[in-house]
Write a new protein. Structure first.
Length: 274
């Protein structure tokens, strides 16, 4: 079944300028982002917490604080690191302590944590340097966990989106019809796992997957769409050209649909000094 690229989906390696543009675009509407983006399965949060030696969590690329608040609700003390000051400001107002920096440049100031987590963000971090830094700030037995939500749109909705998108953006680097499902995240997962191995301080990385579903009304889905990495930089008129046929496709299905999600994770435990 067709999928859409995730928030922050990586662009081809030869397009660093577009990488930067997309990375900077997610803070353009922090309220919409936080309101509409899906959370992560409670089972994932519980498994990370249960596999960590204590409650201190560092949330890398925490954005508006979606994953950070879930770990807080599970009883953890959470510090976020987020390069976008707009998203960090929203997270602070939601009750998350956040420091503005990229993870690679962030100063831990002697602090240590029981888990380093990254929801929908680790592909913005250098895989090797990020894993090495995570190892330095993790206590013995601490856990690194990078995870992504992967969505599978109903075929009619995905086709309407792809057709409209490529009509409006014929030169886009994204081929939405070819975007793979959860198994296609092997490239992201493999890169993360290789970085963990090269850091030399972790046990063998584990691959976790959690399948779940979420219903959406037409308006709920159209509200979320502008937060996707493929659309965050669209001007209002072009965005409307994409949303209208997608809304019509959802109307034809009865005004709503159930999204199938898979949350995929790469995780490892710090077993040796960094």
């Amino acid at each position: 079944m067709p999928t859409i690229p995730p928030t922050g989906a990586p662009l081809p390696e030869h397009e660093p300028h577009r990488h930067r543009q997309m990375a900077e675009s997610f803070g353009s509407d922090t309220g919409r982002y936080d309101r509409t983006r899906p959370h992560y399965p409670d089972a994932l949060v519980k498994r990370i917490v249960a596999g960590s030696p204590g409650p201190d969590v560092l949330a890398v690329g925490c954005g508006t604080g979606i994953d950070a608040r879930q770990f807080q609700a599970a009883g953890c003390r959470v510090l976020g690191v987020e390069p976008d000051a707009r998203m960090a400001g929203f997270a602070r107002h939601s009750g998350v302590e956040v420091e503005v920096a990229t993870f690679e440049a962030w100063d831990p100031a002697g602090r240590h944590f029981d888990a380093v987590v990254a929801g929908q963000a680790w592909h913005w971090v250098d895989a090797i340097a990020g894993a090495a830094k995570a190892a330095r700030v993790l206590r013995p037995g601490g856990r690194l966990a990078a995870f992504w939500n992967v969505s599978e749109l109903p075929a009619d909705v995905a086709e309407a989106f792809a057709t409209a998108y490529h009509r409006v953006m014929p030169d886009s680097p994204f081929d939405l019809r070819a975007t793979p499902g959860p198994d296609g995240y092997q490239a992201l997962s493999a890169k993360a796992a290789d970085g963990i191995r090269q850091a030399g301080a972790f046990g063998e990385p584990e691959h976790w997957r959690f399948d779940w579903e979420q219903p959406y009304t037409r308006d709920e889905w159209l509200d979320q769409m502008p937060t996707h990495g493929t659309l965050t930089q669209f001007p209002p008129d072009k965005l409307a050209e994409v949303l209208a046929p997608v809304g019509a496709a959802i109307d034809a299905m009865g005004g709503g649909f159930t999204m199938r999600y898979a949350t995929v994770a790469i995780t490892a435990t710090r077993t040796r000094p960094a």
